[in-house]
Design a binder for this molecule. Structure first.
Ligand code: 2BA
Length: 109
């Protein structure tokens, strides 16, 4: 058995949970925050059999879009913040960041 942890954009999360449900996958949705953008994102926990991992990954891939987002960088350390004009930079967001962990034991009491 494996635990899939998928970090996805909030915008994609409902569609993805529905699609995984249609594929008979059970999900737990966690409200998380990305360390770089400091914005809310969603982490889904999906416990499944080893031979179901590929199907789950396909569903995740099919339901998470890539987008570009402008981000204002943090002001320079030690510089004069008054004269600093932040120049927004473009970063790619979306898609899914997926971790697959082996499950040692699984209980439901
Ligand atoms: P964030 O940390 O908010 O990152 C959002 C997006 O910003 C990243 O998308 C990436 O495109 C960009 N980014 C992140 N760090 C950067 C940097 N130092 N310089 C330039 N651009 C940077 P993803 O890579 O698709 O990651 C999406 C979210 O997945 C992340 O949100 C974070 O919550 C999670 N994540 C990604 N890699 C992770 C890891 N190794 N461990 C734990 N969580 C991870």
């Amino acid at each position: 058995m494996k635990l899939i942890m998928a970090v996805v954009q909030d915008k994609d999360s409902n569609r993805l949970v529905n699609a995984l449900g249609e594929g008979d996958f059970q999900t737990t949705k966690l409200a998380t925050t990305g360390g770089f953008l400091k914005e809310g994102n969603t982490t889904l926990m999906v416990g499944c059999k080893d031979d179901e991992v590929d199907l789950a990954l396909k569903i995740i891939e099919d339901n998470c879009s890539h987008r570009e987002q402008m981000v204002a960088p943090i002001s320079p350390m030690g510089g004069n913040a008054d004269s600093y004009i932040p120049k927004p930079v473009k970063v790619e967001v979306g898609g899914a960041t997926v971790f697959i962990l082996p499950i040692e034991s699984f209980y439901q009491f």
